[in-house]
Design a protein around this ligand. Structure first.
Ligand code: UN1
Length: 486
């Protein structure tokens, strides 16, 4: 079958890698190859860094409101192309159409929001302790930033990183996940159409070892933003030297269902949290922590509804749950089903894939899961959820916090005391009350505690992509010393 070969985007040109090697991305619902991409290496990164270095002064010196004009154009183009991009995303990543459209919408929203920052990018002023002296801060770019993005939000997450990096005046080396390079290329083509000066954004496709690694270690790259696995995040911390690093490394999120909660509402939240995007969200709910008084009732409601979810191609209107991203993800889900069984948890539904093509795995529920078991501790990134029984709010909070991650958490209750205890005591970057663990809006901070990583993404990420520089202006015409030194 003849399929198209796509190139890297460096210094405003689409060029092939000198490696002469390519790789495929697959449609996870059919296992058919989609297109061929450059299997690049450190030589391509060198070219991209040179382009980013050369274009940096021009971009830095472009007034931020002018930089914003490009972002507004990108937003408009994304709106025009939303349907096409969403369909492409279903094809390459597998999520159902309406979720893919939501993903593109997040990209639209962040470009719009960051374009607005072009006329803010606020610094601060404070009084000086001395006479005739003026103190202020301004935001300056970091320089060249490396953006390494995942496949689960293949348009939104790159945009969460590219939009703030651009508005702050940085130039960019962008390496997308090798599972969704076409989504990234289509996003970059849209950015190219906005007329962004050459060299400001450079895209290099390829593996983590040959492309990610030289980005992480490159002495001229000053900042990194990575979303992906905890293991890669650790590698980055250990190998990025003193770069400014922003990491979002997933989680093992939980929904708490208290005895007074609206069970129908909690059920909808649990289904959406556990099986939306086939469990492949950093914010997916993979633990449901349920009060003993409502445990049995909620368990049977949840299992009955999960069994009715329809697996299939994300383009079909009747599909609830799409495929997993690839074969390795499918194998991982099987592995955790075995682990769950070995640990003595009871499998209530699912636990297996589906015959035929595509990386499908049935919505899977385990009950009687021990909070400290691997099933309840480790991120699976699949449609597998652990039900855990608790006696009271103290135990709920303890179990919810008893993991090494801390991205998203939720509590269903009408009780103000329970709600506020969750808000104050859950050690997570995000807590929802009477809503699922997913649904983050781009203008609020997105990020987590503990092993989920460092820094904030989306709307509050200006600190990740700029330095707040301090400026002292002394107009006394004499040497004045601070701290009362005469
Ligand atoms: C992610 O899974 O990394 O709240 C991002 C949500 C989405 C973003 C998820 N708006 O689930």
């Amino acid at each position: 079958m003849k399929i198209k070969t796509y190139k890297n985007y460096i210094d405003g040109k689409w060029i092939s890698s000198k490696t002469n090697k390519t790789f495929f991305s697959l449609n996870p619902a059919t296992e058919q190859p989609i297109a061929r991409f450059q299997d690049s290496d450190d030589n391509d990164i060198e070219l991209a860094v040179s382009a980013a270095e050369e274009s940096f002064p021009l971009w830095r010196d472009t007034p931020a409101p002018k930089r914003a004009e490009f972002l507004f154009k990108i937003r408009d183009l994304l709106i025009q192309e939303k349907d096409r991009l969403a369909k492409l995303e279903v094809k390459e990543m597998g999520k159902v159409y309406k979720e893919a459209a939501g993903d593109v919408q997040e990209a639209i929203d962040i470009f719009e929001y960051m374009a607005g920052e072009g006329r803010r990018l606020f610094g601060r002023t404070t009084p000086s302790e001395l006479k005739n002296k003026f103190n202020a801060t301004i935001r300056i770019p970091i320089g060249i930033v490396g953006l390494i993005s995942p496949w689960n939000f293949p348009i939104a997450i790159p945009s969460w990183k590219i939009a703030p990096a651009l508005i702050c005046g940085n130039t960019i080396i962008f390496k997308p996940s090798s599972d969704t390079p076409l989504c990234a290329i289509e996003l970059v083509k849209i950015i190219e159409k906005s007329g962004l000066p050459k060299g400001v954004l450079n895209l290099v496709t390829g593996s983590g070892s040959k492309v990610g690694n030289p980005i992480i270690k490159h002495p001229k790259i000053n900042g990194l933003s990575f979303t992906g696995s905890r293991e890669t995040g650790k590698f980055i911390r250990e190998n990025a030297g003193l770069k400014k690093v922003n990491l979002e490394l997933g989680s093992k999120n939980a929904i708490i269902v208290m005895e007074d909660s609206n069970l129908k509402l909690a059920l909808e939240g649990a289904l959406w949290g556990a099986f939306g995007t086939t469990g492949q969200r950093c914010t997916a709910a993979s633990r449901i922590i349920i009060h003993e008084k409502v445990f049995n009732k909620f368990e049977s409601m949840f299992v009955n509804s999960a069994k009715k979810l329809k697996l299939g191609n994300g383009l079909s209107k009747t599909t609830d749950v799409g495929p997993l991203i690839n074969k390795a993800a499918l194998e991982k889900s099987y592995k955790y089903v075995d682990i769950g069984k070995q640990e003595g948890a009871k499998l209530l539904c699912g636990g297996e894939g589906v015959k035929g093509k595509g990386f499908f795995f049935k919505p899977t529920i385990f009950t009687n899961v021990r909070p400290n078991s691997r099933l309840a501790q480790e991120e699976i990134f699949g449609p597998i959820v652990a039900l855990i029984k608790i006696k009271n709010i103290d135990e709920a909070i303890k179990v919810c916090n008893g993991i090494k991650y801390g991205l998203s958490s939720a509590i269903y209750t009408g009780n103000m005391q329970y709600a506020f205890r969750a808000i104050n005591e859950l050690e997570f970057g995000i807590t929802y009350v009477n809503s699922s663990t997913i649904g983050a809006e781009i203008h609020l901070p997105f990020g987590g505690t503990k092993d989920t990583g460092w820094g904030k993404e989306a709307g509050w990420s200006l600190d990740e992509f700029s330095e707040e520089k301090t400026v002292y202006i002394d107009f006394s015409r004499k040497l004045q010393k601070a701290q009362g030194v005469e």
